[in-house]
Ligand binder design. Structure first.
Ligand code: HPA
Length: 249
């Protein structure tokens, strides 16, 4: 039987995913508190899927206020075995200009103060999980194959640097991240990816680049620019996801 898939949607997907037929919205209680929104169970392109808007249904949750533990725990309780995350990100290295879709392979965590583990010795005994490869290799390959089947060009690598936000970075912070080896910058991959690993859920991401990182473009980064790139790029992300679901179903 096909593994149950959840999509965690980021900026631009708070009001839902085009083509997704919601059969049921279900609030799920967790010991960690409330999820960003009720889970939506339904079908995309004829395939069963669960959808969760990461920033809440009205896009009001800042990245550091998202209850990542509740989100991942609720998905796990609902039988989800694979999470595909969608992230809007800034680009840092040369292949990662606005409009690019990248399937990242690595992560660096610059966040602080977020509840970032299930294994805190309080809810569960302390444990240290292997996180050498934060994104599940097989799931990444399926997303890349889906892109190729749908004729959507995807960059097949990317080190995602996760910052605290909600402010954007300084030019010096982006320059430091470039020296660290980051290709992409966003605010929500962590602790989401680590929590999925702790729960044994496969995890991979589709990153849509919506601006150059701070200091790398001549104009200031504006919400209007980000929105424009989301409007331009989310159609392709949707096609990629359709193609992915038909591949795995
Ligand atoms: N920095 C951090 N997060 C982002 C950016 C950025 O430049 N663009 C979209 N999400």
């Amino acid at each position: 039987m096909a593994k149950r898939i959840a999509l965690i949607g980021g900026s631009g997907l708070s009001h839902g995913l085009s083509g997704f037929d919601v059969a049921e919205e279900r609030p799920v209680d967790t010991v960690y508190g409330q999820t960003s929104a009720p889970l939506q169970f339904g079908q995309l392109a004829g395939s069963e899927m669960v959808f969760l808007p990461r920033h809440g249904g009205s896009h009001s949750l800042a990245p550091h206020k998202i209850n990542y533990r509740a989100n991942v725990s609720a998905l796990q309780q609902s039988g989800v075995e694979r999470i595909v995350a969608v992230n809007a990100v800034g680009g840092i290295t040369k292949d990662m200009g606005p409009g690019v879709i990248a399937i990242p392979h690595q992560l660096i965590d610059y966040t602080w103060g977020r509840q970032s583990t299930f294994f805190d010795g309080e809810h569960n005994p302390l444990q240290h999980v292997d996180f050498s490869d934060p994104y599940t290799a097989e799931l990444r390959q399926l997303l890349l194959a889906a892109g190729s089947n749908a004729g959507i060009q995807c960059v097949d690598y990317g080190v995602y640097g996760c910052t605290q936000g909600p402010r954007l970075e300084t030019a010096a912070e982006i320059e430091r991240m470039r020296r660290d080896g980051c290709d992409l910058v966003g605010m929500t991959a962590m602790p989401e990816a680590a929590l999925a690993r702790e729960m044994g859920i496969e995890y991979a991401a589709v990153c849509l680049v919506v601006n150059w990182g701070a200091g790398l473009q001549d104009e200031p980064i504006t919400m209007a620019q980000i929105q424009h790139c989301l409007d331009q790029g989310l159609g392709q992300v949707g096609q990629l996801l359709h193609s992915f679901l038909s591949l795995v179903d």
